[in-house]
Design a protein around this ligand. Structure first.
Ligand SMILES: Cc1cc2nc3c(=O)[nH]c(=O)nc-3n(C[C@H](O)[C@H](O)[C@H](O)COP(=O)(O)OP(=O)(O)OC[C@H]3O[C@@H](n4cnc5c(N)ncnc54)[C@H](O)[C@@H]3O)c2cc1C
Length: 500
């Protein structure tokens, strides 16, 4: 008799309990685990991760050249020095995260191949019941936890977003989304068209250009890029002086953040001047005769969408060499041979890459319920982009787009650890954000103001996200420089927190 077939995989047989449960082992989940261990020693916790290993974004994306688009001094954690060039490959980032796990003995806390499917809160027990499915065996697992720390990222890892264009099926070659890069995709001496002009396209194109017959970036509209040497001068200087890496990390972070603050302010106060600076840097690579007005001059103000950093101008060097080119046009339909553009020109290709973005997945595709009632996060109002009205003992990590995501991982973790310590000291079993009497007439708005920040995946998924209020405490304001001072001063006795 086959013993395997006797195991009932449809309902969990045992329940494990942890003080805290972390969803995901990407850079946010691993950061949360580190902070719990160091700031709340004695707290039992587990991180459940759907993938086979840690890393999140940096394991699921495997396209050529995959690298960060912001510097690792700030994309890295504040507690673990980054000692290499600031723009890093996925492999380097994974090595760094692996070191954090090893140095802090976090591995025993992480369970891989566990996809969380549901999270149900019971006010009677003051507990979340979390159900997960093992991706290898299909087995159901049940956990209970006092505190649910959502570090599941913001997009669906299983599939990317590809718009439906007419006649896609007619195209004879492969159509590839960067989130599902086939390991054996042979692009040597092939003509490749990359649809999109975001950070992914800007990474793929220089990485593939030398091997392809030709690679074309096909964009509907241009994007801003920043460019410069893949090095931070102050870090290099300090290293020459043999300063300790911990100091170099901190000083370099401060310098980068100082410069980024100045740049961000300039984009708001003097958008035209900021735009001129960005475009002059592109012109320095491509020369005055290149049509920068058509291909690299966006219609929007700088910083309404993320600005990717192009190390050593490699994208522009590829264009200058003639191995890569940019076409700014719209897709009319696919053809057997490639793409027919609205201008009437046909762009021939052997391979088409759709670098067209993500499916927003705000809650990790987890089914939520509070006391038996299904929870729709769109019905809640966010407390500083990390907690939600009416949702007890839950924090959600949504990082920055205008600064490195991870800066917020550390800030939110400090807050959570302070909150857990406060609850332990006061004997509180639950904390639920709620609008205060003075907030009740506050207009409720979409999660993010499109005038402020408007990438496609956000606009497509805005209806799924919680609401934002007018006051700073009821919004995720994307301003690290304000939040770094505000977060440590959040008054845990504020009426926005209801304890029980
Ligand atoms: C190609 C690329 C490059 C980027 N570069 C930068 C950059 O340079 N700088 C920057 O600031 N940001 C960058 N970003 C944004 C980036 O996603 C974040 O900065 C960061 O990596 C997010 O980390 P995270 O841990 O919050 O989420 P993720 O990396 O998305 O990890 C979340 C993890 O949670 C797991 N998970 C999700 N749902 C469940 C579930 N139901 N059950 C169990 N596990 C679950 C996932 O499997 C995943 O491993 C980039 C994004 C992409 C796609």
């Amino acid at each position: 008799m086959n013993v395997q077939t006797q195991i009932d995989t449809t309902s969990p047989r045992t329940t494990e309990h942890f003080d805290a449960l972390i969803a995901g082992a990407g850079i946010s989940g691993v950061g949360a685990a580190y902070h719990l261990t160091t700031q709340c020693p004695g707290t039992s916790f587990v991180a459940l991760e759907a993938q086979k290993t840690f890393g999140g974004t940096w394991t699921t994306h495997r396209y050529p050249g995959i690298r960060s688009d912001s510097d690792l001094h700030t994309f890295g954690y504040r507690f673990k020095p980054w000692t290499s060039a600031p723009i890093a490959s996925a492999a380097e980032i994974l090595k760094y995260m692996g070191d954090v796990i090893e140095e802090n003995d976090l591995a025993p806390h992480i369970r891989y191949q566990h996809t969380i499917t549901s999270a149900k809160w019971s006010s009677e027990e003051n507990l979340w019941t979390i159900e997960a499915t093992r991706t290898d065996t299909g087995e159901k697992r049940r956990f209970t936890t006092n505190f649910f720390w959502m570090c599941q990222g913001y997009y669906r890892h299983t599939e990317g977003y590809t718009p439906e264009w007419q006649d896609m099926a007619k195209f004879k070659g492969p159509i590839v989304h960067p989130q599902k890069w086939p390991e054996d995709l042979d692009y040597k001496n092939k003509r490749v068209v990359v649809i999109g002009s975001g950070a992914t396209a800007a990474t793929l194109i220089p990485a593939m250009a030398n091997d392809c017959a030709h690679i074309t970036m096909l964009q509907r509209s241009p994007t801003y890029f920043r460019t410069g040497r893949n090095a931070i001068e102050i870090a290099e200087e300090l290293r020459k002086l043999q300063v300790d890496e911990t100091w170099i990390h901190e000083i370099t972070r401060r310098k980068i953040l100082f410069d980024q603050d100045a740049f961000t302010r300039k984009t708001f106060a003097e958008p035209e001047a900021a735009k001129k600076d960005l475009l002059s840097a592109v012109e320095a690579y491509l020369g005055k005769d290149y049509d920068i007005a058509t291909h690299f001059t966006p219609k929007y103000r700088p910083w309404r969408q993320r600005i990717a950093f192009i190390p050593d101008g490699d994208l522009f060097q590829g264009i200058k060499s003639g191995k890569a080119s940019v076409v700014t046009d719209e897709i009319d339909r696919f053809t057997e041979k490639g793409i027919m553009l609205k201008s009437g020109k046909e762009l021939e290709a052997d391979i088409i890459v759709t670098a067209t973005g993500f499916h927003l997945s705000a809650n990790g595709d987890i089914e939520f319920a509070i006391d038996g009632k299904p929870l729709d996060f769109a019905d809640t109002v966010t407390y500083r982009g990390m907690m939600f009205t009416g949702v007890p003992n839950l924090v959600w990590v949504f990082g920055y787009f205008r600064a490195s995501w991870t800066l917020r991982v550390d800030l939110v973790a400090d807050f959570v650890c302070r909150l857990l310590t406060h609850m332990k000291a006061t004997g509180a079993k639950k904390v639920t954000p709620q609008l205060r009497p003075e907030d009740h007439n506050m207009p409720l708005l979409p999660w993010i103001d499109p005038e402020n920040f408007n990438p496609g995946y956000m606009m497509r998924g805005m209806h799924l996200l919680p609401k934002r209020g007018e006051k700073p405490e009821w919004q995720h304001n994307q301003d690290y420089w304000a939040e770094k001072d505000e977060f440590p001063n959040i008054d845990l006795k504020d009426k926005a927190f209801v304890y029980g």
